[in-house]
Design a protein around this ligand. Structure first.
Ligand SMILES: C[S@@+](CC[C@H](N)C(=O)[O-])C[C@H]1O[C@@H](n2cnc3c(N)ncnc32)[C@H](O)[C@@H]1O
Length: 333
């Protein structure tokens, strides 16, 4: 590949993402699955103009989302299947957030890199967390997108030995999907879902549908004030990524205080920067742009954990370049 071609491939990356976003907003993958297989049928069903739909579809063929053509008809590839509504593993909701709010925040990436302040604040006039607090629909959309990028949740029940544990508290647990995944895999466990007051309704609804009512509690609160004490296991999935080191140490110190059992474990799920994998590096900038947050290296995690009185005990790889970091109380040596 020439240098010029490599530059073109990089700078047109957002065009690919935005084309996919348009397809998902127009429900083209759903419509293909429902039997609309020509550009004209798709355009009619989507309420769009036929010529641009045909042009979008022929790009989607080259991107590997659909196969076929306008004469023979289009079919979804395995990639296209993942863009349908409501199918197992669907990533449609991720496309909807990344192509809209995230894309607008990325529009302020130059300012974010210059100042270290989240591009989201520049684009929206308030922080991501204020945005989620002010608009319940935005909160639900965000949590649906988080779920749509969480293939690695399924790895967690087997990546840690929950056998001798009794209680699991998922801190800033978002939609409740991770907690329900762990509780369903280990029927002897009880769980606590902890998140901000304005976010817990979604989790409560999800847990009510997935787990027996006497096996969990939903507790609203603020990680920076205090954390429910006495759990055997604490989960912190995709939370430290949103905060700078000082905030991480503050919230981890609250977790450490809550770990009253000497044998308690903190399970941190994050993408760890190891220098070569591209996803953690992309998400590192994405977190700067969205929340002023960051991805970290293993030494970075060791340092913030140690500053909060915790010690990194082990690391395991999960799906999608994500890692499980297990931490213990720093006095347990
Ligand atoms: C990136 S999401 C991760 C959600 C979930 N753990 C997951 O992996 O899908 C971050 C979560 O942190 C929660 N959060 C942010 N600030 C918080 C605070 N001060 N106290 C408790 N939860 C908070 C948000 O409401 C959101 O659910």
């Amino acid at each position: 590949m020439t240098g010029a071609r490599a530059v073109l491939d990089i700078v047109t990356g957002t065009w690919r993402a935005q084309a996919l976003h348009a397809a998902v907003v127009l429900r083209l993958p759903d419509l293909v699955a429902e039997g609309c297989v020509t550009g004209a049928d798709l355009a009619a069903a989507a309420g769009a103009a036929p010529d641009p739909v045909v042009r979008l579809m022929r790009l989607l063929v080259v991107l590997g989302v659909v196969e076929g053509d306008d004469h023979a008809g289009y079919r979804l590839t395995p990639v296209g299947e993942l863009l349908r509504t409501g199918v197992p593993g669907s990533m449609r909701d991720l496309c909807l957030l990344y192509g809209d709010e995230s894309h607008r925040a990325w529009g302020a990436v130059v300012s974010a890199v210059r100042t270290g302040r989240a591009g989201f604040e520049v684009a929206f006039g308030h922080t991501l967390h204020e945005h989620l607090a002010e608009d319940p629909a935005a909160g639900e959309k965000f949590l649906r997108a988080m779920n749509a990028g969480s293939e690695f949740f399924a790895d967690l029940p087997d990546a840690f030995d929950f056998g001798a544990r009794h209680t699991v508290t998922d801190l800033a647990g978002g939609s409740g999907l991770l907690l329900s995944t762990v509780l369903c895999a280990h029927p002897h466990l009880r769980g606590v879902l902890f998140d901000r007051e304005h976010m817990v309704a979604t989790a409560a609804k999800h847990l009510a549908a997935a787990v027996e009512p006497d096996r969990y509690d939903v507790v609203p609160g603020d990680l920076f004030r205090s954390v429910p004490a006495g759990s055997d296991v604490y989960l912190l999935s995709r939370v430290l990524q949103d905060w700078d080191d000082e905030d991480c140490v503050a919230l981890l110190s609250n977790v450490r205080r809550a770990m009253t059992h000497p044998d308690a474990r903190l399970l941190v799920v994050e993408r760890v920067i190891d220098g070569s994998a591209v996803l953690p590096l992309l998400f590192d900038l994405h977190l700067l742009v969205m929340a002023g947050g960051r991805e970290r290296t293993l030494p970075d995690y060791r340092a913030v954990l140690a500053a909060a009185g915790l010690r990194l005990e082990s690391v395991r790889e999960l799906a999608l370049e994500t890692s499980l970091l297990v931490a213990v109380r720093g006095d347990d040596r």
